[in-house]
Design a protein around this ligand. Sequence first.
Ligand code: UT7
Length: 331
Amino acid sequence: MTMTSQIVGCGAYLPERVVDNDELSKRVDTTNEWIFSRTGIRERRIAADGELTSDLAFEASKKALESAGIGADEVDLIVLGTTTPDKTFPATATAVQRMLGLKNGAAFDVQAVCSGFIYSLAVADNFVKAGQARTALVIGAETFSRILDWEDRATCVLFGDGAGAVVLRGSEAEAAGPDGHGRNSARGILSTHLHSDGRYSDLLYVDGGPSSTRTVGHVRMRGREVFRHAVSNLSAVIEEALDANGMQSSDIDWVVPHQANKRILDATVRKLGLPPERVVTTLERHANTSAASVPLALDEAVRDGRVQPGNLVLLEAMGGGFTWGACLIRW
Ligand code: UT7
């Protein structure tokens, strides 16, 4: 029996507090003009004191289940991508499990920084396709504001907090032959592609952790070098995903990218020859929410009706490690 997995619901949650670039310019030596022209960011959401990653994840999960019309009791797997867990352990996914009133199935976190949602989706997709789970909640949730050095203007202006979630459901695959153009016409997650390269760990990292400094630490980044790697790694993994499915970039209806920098998004789609209108962009209002950025953008594009059944949707992300990946979905 061949199993397929399909996203049957999406949800998102953003903390209430909006911090715009002008507010940041009172805190560090920066300007709205510099931030917007270099990144495309105008504002970000910041979690309230006491509002934890699990709280954001729980709210997004409830909405995803609601939109799927599926009761929480049907969930038998929770995979949560985060780099800002509530605690070093237990996994934040188990807090979400508790908040949803569940005690069965498996729940765990995945740490792949900004690629965390793509990694989590790939893990859940494989669980579902292997028949080890039937209904998975896949979440990207971050309170990145907690690991920022608010004195470092080169990083603190770039990030925000938020969460997004999807419900992934397994079903027996229908026999789906090639479409009229010889391409795969199956619905659901067509393929996932993950990569990492630990040689670049010093370009984007947190300078603390339980085993090294026994502190939480702060984000450190060599932005220009990360930028260069991001464009070439993302272009390569998108080509890989298209090749694996016998498709071309012109087949893509929507690109839902990790939202790190508008110039990275523009350069990546330009390389692919795709019009910028096909790219879902939330960066201006959300900034970089790390593992939450892809599911936040996906939720927006599904809810406002841009993503329609039958559309080919490409998700992609790159983050610290380096880690990067892509996922091709027939909606
Ligand atoms: O999600 C994980 C992946 N992360 C990324 O993809 C981030 C990738 N990198 C980037 O998005 C960009 O490299 C940044 C937006 C971080 C920086 O843009 P840049 O054009 O690469 O600028 P830069 O780092 O080369 O800095 C240029 C100048 C420097 O001043 P000098 O040395 O030329 O005098 C910085 O000190 O801009 C200065 N600068 C700022 N000025 C005003 C850095 N941050 C700021 C700031 N406000 N917030």
